[in-house]
Ligand binder design. Sequence first.
Ligand SMILES: Nc1ncnc2c1ncn2[C@@H]1O[C@H](COP(=O)(O)OP(=O)(O)OP(=O)(O)O)[C@@H](O)[C@H]1O
Length: 365
Amino acid sequence: MPTLEVRGLVKQLGDHRAVDGMSFTVEDGQFFVLLGPSGCGKTTTLRIVCGLEQPDAGEVVIGDRVVTSLPSRDRNLGMVFQEYGLYPSMDVFGNMAYGLQARGGVAKDEIERRIRAAADRLDLGPLLRSPITDLSGGEQQRVALGRAMVKDADAYLFDEPLSNLDPKLRYRLRRDILALHRDKGRPSVYVTHDQTEAFAMGDVVAVLANGRVQQIGPPDELVERPANVFVAGFVGSPPMNLLPARLRPVNGSYVAHGSDAALPLPSAWSDRLSRYGKEQVTVGIRPDALVPAADGDAAITGEVTDVEPLIGETVVRLRTAGQSMAAIFRAGEEGSLAPGDAVRLDVAPEGLRLFDHDSEQALVP
Ligand SMILES: Nc1ncnc2c1ncn2[C@@H]1O[C@H](COP(=O)(O)OP(=O)(O)OP(=O)(O)O)[C@@H](O)[C@H]1O
């Protein structure tokens, strides 16, 4: 069963280490997303996997073949990239057939059958004899997808294939890509900087920064248990609030004190925190764990800077002495809050995370 594995990839581009020790494994039938901010090395990694770049170190393994030094055409991959890579001199049929004809081994009537099936699925049937240059961007992207669909590849690679398209078409093609993936049952690697897309599509998501994997896991796990401060501050919309704080023991538990914040921590964390041995931590607070405080003491006080109503919920942004924060309230829970108002908030303890102040790695839970 083919898996796709990259082991210890390194790639220097000019002065910049674009990929800095990248390793991950994609199982057969898994839809694996590389997610990260612009410049984190996603495209370079994918170009190494498909053979358009040579790594300075590391290996690419597909199934039981080490393919690192094989040319792209010998890796048997299906690829869909942002720039469609279609041949302008050919019609739609010719573009979809090209890979199969060039590789050989598939009979002419079988090529025709596969192309008609893919074209029907992608609503390209009436366009099969149209020149590529007559097609819209969305139609060209569907041809690029159809070209991948007709191949029996060992793995499929997608590099931001939907970023040029309008939202409706993007949504539709997401479903088409997942249907292609399920039909083939091979490893797929999908590059995006859009976390909505990553979370909607990925069985497993790898969050990248600075050419390195920060965390690999199913979408829920990245949100629930971010491995470090980078992931906590990147994942979620809005992402986790992060504030510097000092730990103080109080009656056998701990309280994290920040500017305008005093956060009682679950007593189940006390053992771990007593072994931590340092006072300084970074506290992560999920925006949906902030709730308006009842009368009396509040965990956090601040001033509202913005109130943004969304469907079914409201994002309230506030400024405390230390920094800005975001809270997600269920619609209506914000009452009549408006910019400039003082606000007092409590935190549901299950929405708290702590990170080592120096290493930035998760401490608890
Ligand atoms: N030829 C080059 N010389 C120097 N630096 C380069 C070269 N090509 C790319 N880079 C840099 O390497 C880094 C990684 O680029 P890469 O395209 O892999 O990132 P990415 O995560 O795919 O970003 P994006 O989402 O913007 O496409 C970027 O900072 C980029 O500017």
